[in-house]
Write a protein that binds this ligand. Sequence first.
Ligand SMILES: Nc1ncnc2c1ncn2[C@@H]1O[C@H](COP(=O)(O)OP(=O)(O)OP(=O)(O)O)[C@@H](O)[C@H]1O
Length: 275
Amino acid sequence: MNDLTTRPEAEGDMPSASGPWPVELDDVTVRYPNGVVALKNVSLTVGAGEMVAVVGLSGSGKSTMIRTINGLVAPTSGSVRVGPHAVSELRGRALRHARGDIGMIFQGFNLADRASVFHNALVGRFSHMPTWRTTLGLATEADRAMVMRSLDSVGMLEKVWHRAGALSGGQKQRVAIARALSQEPAVMLADEPVASLDPPTAHSVMADLAAINASRGLTVLVNLHLMDLARQYTTRMIGLRAGEVVYDGPAASATDADFEAIYGRPVQARDRLGE
Ligand SMILES: Nc1ncnc2c1ncn2[C@@H]1O[C@H](COP(=O)(O)OP(=O)(O)OP(=O)(O)O)[C@@H](O)[C@H]1O
């Protein structure tokens, strides 16, 4: 499907996605140029509106899976589809359009520290704005209102004119969530979003993500390595071990034995975040 036929960049602002959308991986294998096989024949479907944790040890392939879903990494074989986008077949402008419908949150926040909270969140609108408008820094009233609503939904409105670099880690991650929400995404991907945060802040950011999933019905896929966060905040858990899916089932009722099968070793204290 060619998105450009329905999204003519030259003619005005890009329409937003009408999600939530499902995510489908069909027999996906990723082999990096150095020979490492990070994903092996992974097939799975995340339903529209699901909140799914991808759990596994460091190196199990979690980041690769998320990067494959938003087209940052191309599968060596197999296919990836996000709603109407055949992501693994898209290149260039079509891929950028597809990414505009996929919100991303990272462990390291990826904010411009010298810019204001508002301008960081406004970046989320860029994928729906024509290039001339982003180049001139001209946001419409509708763009500004969307940014304000996104910041409000994560409790960051009162910091709107603060410098992003002056915020705490939890506040930075909330701004990153607001930036992703400003995109009006159909799917939200989060790669270890709380790994840099202290336990109480990690809980509150996970609660924000769960609230977004519940209130907007947004499809959320979140990489986690801690078992208690997966159990508490997501409904379905996909376990990755050495690039293969070794668990796919409910998160809340996953037993320690299930986690041991995913980790390939006994559960340790560092596998739990605590309170
Ligand atoms: N760009 C790359 N080039 C080569 N190998 C890579 C690349 N990125 C990841 N890998 C390797 O692929 C495997 C899976 O890595 P990946 O980052 O997807 O796992 P992960 O579960 O997200 O772990 P972490 O949380 O440590 O990032 C690892 O062996 C890693 O070293």
